[in-house]
Design a binder for this molecule. Structure first.
Ligand SMILES: Cc1cc2nc3c(=O)[nH]c(=O)nc-3n(C[C@H](O)[C@H](O)[C@H](O)COP(=O)(O)O)c2cc1C
Length: 202
């Protein structure tokens, strides 16, 4: 439960977004686009379009200071790969151009494997998005900001409301950010399996 009267300070938000931008992805594929909802109108647009089954999450989004829609590419056209490589070249990722070339052919091989071998290109891209959401939750905690990941939404409905498919992306997960409502903070313990059920030391 978020306190609707509290807003994340601009410099803290910018720090979080810098962090989100810096999260890594496999072969630097960077399959994401992020919608940062900072206004009451933006948050309402999301809250109103979660889908019938997911009304419980509306209040969380409306009371959060900010909510981020993490979207992932629905496919991986060559134009996207070319844009990744062009940016790497512009940023001087590999000072030696032959290394960049080698990297590009390794990347293409790996993507062919995902596409035609494992046939999990889309699922694999969404895994990258989950890493970004998890790492950003940790960064938020470091900055004293509460974060709730939300899977309770209908992606078709959210995509439609924000015209997300038009850009070649689709909604993967939401991240509500803000400060807890002091009246509604949980006092019961967190419940997780014991370490002996979780860890095997070999
Ligand atoms: C990927 C993910 C999606 C989640 N989606 C929702 C959601 O849509 N709505 C919600 O209220 N909580 C959501 N949660 C919160 C979980 O229900 C919660 O973390 C879990 O029950 C454990 O509770 P705890 O975090 O308080 O220990 C989500 C958590 C994760 C990690």
């Amino acid at each position: 439960y978020f306190d609707p009267s509290k807003t994340i300070a601009e410099d803290t938000l910018q720090q979080l977004l810098r962090f989100l931008r810096s999260t890594p992805s496999s072969v630097n594929v960077q399959p994401n686009h992020f919608y940062v909802l900072a206004t009451p109108e933006g948050k309402k647009q999301l809250a109103d379009n979660l889908g019938e089954r997911f009304q419980d999450n509306a209040e969380k989004i409306l009371n959060a200071s900010h909510t981020i829609i993490l979207t992932t590419r629905a496919d991986l056209p060559d134009s996207h790969l070319e844009a990744v490589f062009a940016k790497e070249r512009a940023d001087g990722r590999f000072p030696d151009p032959s290394k960049q070339q080698l990297w590009e052919s390794m990347t293409r091989n790996f993507l062919d494997l995902r596409n035609y071998g494992y046939k999990d290109l889309n699922h694999w891209m969404e895994k990258q998005t989950y890493m970004a959401v998890g790492l950003t939750m940790m960064a938020a905690a470091e900055l004293g900001v509460d974060a709730t990941p939300l899977e309770g939404f209908d992606p078709t409905s959210v995509d439609k409301a924000f015209k997300i498919r038009e850009s070649g992306h689709t909604t993967t997960v939401l991240l509500a950010l803000g400060y807890p409502d002091p009246q509604k903070v949980y006092t019961t313990p967190i419940s997780r399996f014991d370490p002996d059920q979780l860890f095997t030391f070999i």
